[in-house]
Design a binder for this molecule. Structure first.
Ligand code: SF4
Ligand code: SF4
Length: 370
């Protein structure tokens, strides 16, 4: 059966049609008022952005959602989980400071921030499921403790998963540190010696400090690597590659299983909003933002995380690619932009496996709002 995906386009021509107004209308269409009960604790899951990044979701949009939840008598809190790598969101203290620096303080959003996996990323519970890869997944405690969830996702490319949307936000974004390790297993990139120019840029970007220079060539310690992909994105000479063999692409499926674990206990009390704006090649975990590779499109909303991600991918690939971006081809409408950015990465695996696991449908009906 086709899932409903609501869409408002980016263009605004008056105050009544501002993007904030459109977002409110989209959110209302999801029917949260009917399924969330007064007094419920609502996790508003988002990504606050690594310090230095500028393309995270605008806090003004977050406030639109929070205001509606408050009006209904709900108790929203903003949440994300700590990172595997040691940067500005590695523990709850640093994470909160970064969030506030990026404008997500209470004065702007009217909701408190709770880091879902606790002070050091250790607070999680095992959730049982019948997956192809896992029988249990480690989901952050506050995600599980929440009664319902609104998942706000900035859609963009991703060096490991090809693209990142609602499924990525649910999987990597809702798991504890140990859970992230489970998904990243086997994802050690390779240095191509003939291309390596020995400038050590990757050494400085590696959060696990596992790259050393040996005879002016980068060498990765596979035992210490956490598979974050930072070095792949940072190398200016494209000398570090992810090996997109069968094993590499299996991470897509692991992510889908974690995504299911994050919502399993509240399937009918979750809704998803995807922001198709500032569509950059890399994820919000980097401390920089590249240029978008397609124009801003608008906002999507759905109760189905698979359908909203499928619609996001389709709409992005249906755009003209932008010059002066990371794209090196596939500029025409309909050509696969993600395949051009990350050749060999089969990002459709996350969608297909999520659908197979019963998390949602790749078939959708697009309904224009506003
Ligand atoms: S950044 Fe790239 S070129 Fe520079 S040392 Fe690392 S792998 Fe080699
Ligand atoms: S993927 Fe690259 S940056 Fe990340 S831990 Fe491994 S070597 Fe370091």
């Amino acid at each position: 059966m086709k899932s409903k995906v609501y869409f408002s386009e980016r263009r605004s021509t008056s105050g009544r049609k501002s993007l904030a107004v459109k977002l409110g209308k989209l959110f209302d269409r999801l029917g949260y008022k009917d399924v969330m009960e007064k007094g419920e604790l609502v996790a508003v899951k988002l990504h606050f952005g690594e310090r230095g990044l500028t393309t995270f979701i605008n806090p003004v949009f977050v406030r639109v959602v929070v205001e509606r939840l408050l009006k209904k008598g709900l108790k929203p809190f903003l949440t994300d989980t700590n990172t595997l790598y040691i940067e500005s969101r590695h523990n709850a203290v640093d994470h909160l400071q970064t969030a506030v620096r990026h404008g997500f303080g209470f004065a702007t959003t009217e909701a408190p921030i709770i880091i879902a996996d606790g002070l050091r990323g250790l607070d999680s519970k095992d959730v049982s499921l019948s997956g192809k890869h896992f029988e249990t997944v480690k989901i952050a405690q506050a995600i599980l403790d929440a009664d319902s969830m609104v998942v706000l996702s900035h859609v963009k490319g991703h060096v490991i998963s090809g693209f990142g949307g609602a499924l990525k936000n649910l999987s990597m974004g809702c798991s504890s540190r140990a859970g992230k390790h489970m998904m990243h297993a086997d994802m050690v990139p390779e240095v191509q010696e003939d291309k390596c120019r020995g400038d050590a840029v990757c050494v400085h970007h590696c959060p696990a400090h596992c790259i050393t220079m040996v005879n002016k060539k980068a060498v990765i310690d596979k035992e210490l690597c956490i598979g974050c992909g930072e070095c792949v994105a940072a190398c200016p000479h494209e000398a570090i590659k992810v090996d997109w063999t069968e094993d590499g692409n299996l991470m897509q499926e692991r992510m889908a299983e974690f995504a299911l674990g994050a919502v399993q206990d509240k399937r009918d009390k979750c809704c998803f909003i995807n922001f198709l704006m500032d569509i950059t090649p890399h994820c919000d975990c980097h401390d920089w933002s590249d240029s978008p590779f397609v124009p801003d499109i608008g906002i999507l909303a759905s109760c189905d995380p698979v359908a909203i991600d499928q619609a996001s991918v389709d709409m992005i690939n249906d755009q003209h690619g932008l010059a002066n971006s990371k794209l090196s081809g596939s500029y025409l409408q309909g050509e696969d932009k993600f395949a051009n950015l990350f050749p060999g990465c089969d990002y459709t695996r996350q969608l297909a496996h999520a659908e197979n696991m019963g998390l949602g449908s790749r078939e959708y009906e697009l309904i224009k709002v506003g």
